[in-house]
Design a protein around this ligand. Structure first.
Ligand SMILES: CC(C)(COP(=O)(O)OP(=O)(O)OC[C@H]1O[C@@H](n2cnc3c(N)ncnc32)[C@H](O)[C@@H]1OP(=O)(O)O)[C@@H](O)C(=O)NCCC(=O)NCCS
Length: 184
């Protein structure tokens, strides 16, 4: 009997929802904690936004049906002397992964760097996140070495977290009119 009820209610389909790629706004910041998933990283989220406010960075969000479900930050200052933009904190809300938001955010970040006359993008991939290397490879990023270091942040609860950085450094020469359709 239960199975018949289940069959009656079942439906499958595809949802098409509005997507906007835009700069982050102050009111996005609490929502970008994604229901607690990134609450410990509140200070890091705020740092990305503060860089945008100061003009030495950009914080891009992918808004899906009104929800900021993806983000990527650009730091223009860190590798400015090498003519590179540093992309960081690319992430997509887990239920929205695999729908093309990551590729679109990367393309938006690259257009943003190019519009400032920056011809090379750089990013770090944690060595325990090797699975994502294929994603960047498809977008034209190549490994150019490794970098080690440390960073710290304070959680909203006041705990100071120290983390080692052990990353591959990936780079890509940017070309105007980044070819999004080829990557999709
Ligand atoms: C990496 C990430 C941003 C990709 O976002 P996304 O919206 O899922 O990416 P897209 O839908 O644009 O994916 C494009 C392709 O890359 C692949 N891909 C994405 N993440 C991948 C991963 N971790 N490992 C392997 N392949 C991956 C997808 O399978 C897809 O390939 P397909 O079209 O052949 O299926 C997302 O998986 C994420 O937030 N991961 C956790 C945070 C993270 O690791 N960020 C990168 C830090 S360097």
């Amino acid at each position: 009997m239960a199975n018949r009820w289940e069959a009656d209610l079942a439906e499958q389909g595809d949802l098409s929802m509005p997507l906007t790629i835009r700069l982050a706004r102050a009111e996005d910041l609490p929502v970008l904690e994604w229901y607690g998933l990134h609450t410990p990283h509140r200070e890091i989220i705020a740092t990305g936004f503060a860089m945008q406010e100061r003009g030495n960075g950009v914080f891009i969000v992918a808004e899906v049906n009104g929800f900021p479900g993806g983000q990527v930050c650009i730091d223009f200052a860190r590798k400015q002397r090498y003519g590179r933009a540093t992309l960081w904190a690319l992430r997509v809300f887990p239920p929205l992964r695999g729908a093309g938001l990551g590729v679109r955010l990367m393309a938006a970040a690259e257009r943003c760097a190019l519009s400032r006359g920056i011809m090379e993008a750089e990013l770090g991939v944690d060595r325990d996140n090797a699975g994502v290397l294929g994603f960047y490879d498809r977008l034209g990023y190549a490994v150019h070495g490794t970098e080690k270091g440390r960073y710290s942040y304070r959680t909203p609860g006041g705990e100071l977290v120290h983390l080692p950085i052990d990353q591959w450094i990936l780079r890509k020469r940017l070309r105007p009119a980044a070819n999004l359709s080829a990557a999709l």
